[in-house]
Structure formats: structure tokens, C-alpha cells
Write a protein that binds this ligand. Structure first.
Ligand SMILES: [Zn+2]
Length: 91
């Protein structure tokens, strides 16, 4: 559905009229109405800015989840007990 608005009047107090030649006009100022665009350029810019701020956080979360799935290196306690056993045997 197409939506029209008057760029000069407050959106709260707008009412639309149909002129005799079939053009929608603003009821307050009498100017022809402008069709609303679905996506404004400011919304596109805001989406890019939000993506720039959120993307590092998402990458950090994904990276940490990948590190959770990796197998950990063998614990250092096991190798320390081997070293002490070897020392005891050699003495
Ligand atoms: Zn108007």
C-alpha cells in the first residue's frame, strides 16, 4: 500500500484531501503529497554503522566458540610428574 505524507506539515495533524483533478493534497497547506520511500538513505547509513559496531563482538563470540571445541594441549601437571619420577630414579 502506498503511503503519502506532506513534508511541510507535522505528521500528527495531517489530513489528506483529494483534489478535483485526482491528486492527493495536504488538507492544511494544500501542497501535493509526497510518496514515502520504503528505505531511506539515513536508514541504510545507520544499518552500516550498527554493523560496524556489532561485527567485532560477533566475531569474538564465534572465535571463542571455536576455541571451546578444540582439544586442549596435554596438561602440564602430567609432564611435571614425569620429570620428578625421572629425577627420583636417577638419584
Ligand atoms: Zn501540508
Amino acid at each position: 500500500m502506498r503511503q503519502f505524507y506532506c513534508p511541510y506539515c507535522s505528521p500528527r495533524y495531517q489530513f489528506h484531501k483529494l483534489r478535483s483533478d485526482g491528486v492527493l493534497i495536504c488538507g492544511q497547506c494544500g501542497d501535493p503529497l509526497v510518496q514515502k520511500t520504503l528505505i531511506k538513505p539515513t536508514q541504510v547509513f545507520a544499518l552500516i554503522a550498527v554493523t560496524a559496531f556489532i561485527a567485532p563482538f560477533i566475531l569474538m563470540v564465534v572465535g571463542s566458540l571455536q576455541n571451546l571445541n578444540k582439544s586442549r594441549p596435554p596438561s602440564i601437571n602430567g609432564s611435571m610428574t614425569m620429570i620428578t619420577k625421572i629425577r627420583r630414579l636417577s638419584n
